[in-house]
Write a protein that binds this ligand. Sequence first.
Ligand code: NAP
Length: 353
Amino acid sequence: MLNIDKSKPVLVTGASGYVAGWIVKRLLEEGVTVHAAVRDPQDPKKLAHLNELAAVLPGTIRYFKADLLENGSYAQAMQGCAIVFHTASPFKLDVSDPQKELIEPAKLGTRNVLETANKTESVQRVVLTSSCAAIYGDCADIEKTPGQMFTEDVWNTSSSLQHVPYAYSKTVAEHEAWAIVGRQSRWDLVVINPSLVLGPGLNPQATSESFNLVRQLGNGKMKAGAPDVGFGAVDVRDLAAAHVHAAYLPHANGRHIVSGHNTSLPGIAATLLPKYAAYPVPRRTLPKWLVWLAAPLADKSTTRKFVSRNVGYAWRADNSKSIRELRILYRPLQVTMQDMFQQMIDSDQIPRR
Ligand code: NAP
């Protein structure tokens, strides 16, 4: 049983996002007052799903306008909060200016939120949504990793502004968070490092990059086959539980790999075939040389260096700390994938067959 103190509000940054939505839902179910920080509190498209939840669940939601790049803009939202869930950070792969679009909001945004925590007496704990991308940059990194297994002790040293800048943004942001927490002792930091997040969105028109990937499994873009890119995968509902447990289990500390399954692109596609055989889900694994030749032509954000260092490597991470210390029970990958795929068909993001 979690001992949830319902008398104090909590702040969720980026509350309009895919991952944050499920965290807010869990908190509202528990009767917590959620201060939801969003860029535009007037945008009905981004907030309708949260309003619908708040109308039927015991908790209360209050919106606050805030932007990662406006210093001090989270101060009002954080007032009186015991816990801060810092989830806001851009998750997109196709960017033209990675410094402005990814690194600055991730790093300066983390600094902005945590420095506000320093000034807000009520804050006791910050739960930061980092990523497995702060642990590894390329699948090939596994070859230099002790025991050929990613763990919480490992940091991404292979990403840069030029190479996999999203992973670089998550790495510099998490480093920044550890540096800031280390300079004080009133609040503590618990970090969640999710692998690729999958599963249905509370807002079916979610903009997270997770949806772009699954869309390609159903819209015919990968009907010739999928490259053998390895990664971990976690259900968004399990990830929300991990955040809430990280907030309210007193012993929670440090980093946590939150990843239910070591898998790959062909691996997640295979989970769809038993139910969605009528769809152009990739059935073949493309040879690496073909991916190397074709990928940069098909998608400008996929470089040949990325293909060389990510195709054909098995991805393995140790999720035992999350099971032991955050008490996470991971649901089967097939359930996650089929729930998400079905939602994307029902919301016309994947053409119905
Ligand atoms: P998402 O739906 O795109 O959520 C990102 C959130 O960040 C949105 O609420 C967005 O606000 C907010 N945001 C972006 N730039 C901002 C800015 N300048 N000021 C204020 N808010 C800003 O993506 P997600 O998948 O839920 O990602 C949430 C977190 O999980 C991120 O930290 C991401 O790095 C992490 N993560 C995701 C995955 C995954 O596979 N999805 C895996 C590991 C870690 P708007 O709604 O206003 O755009």
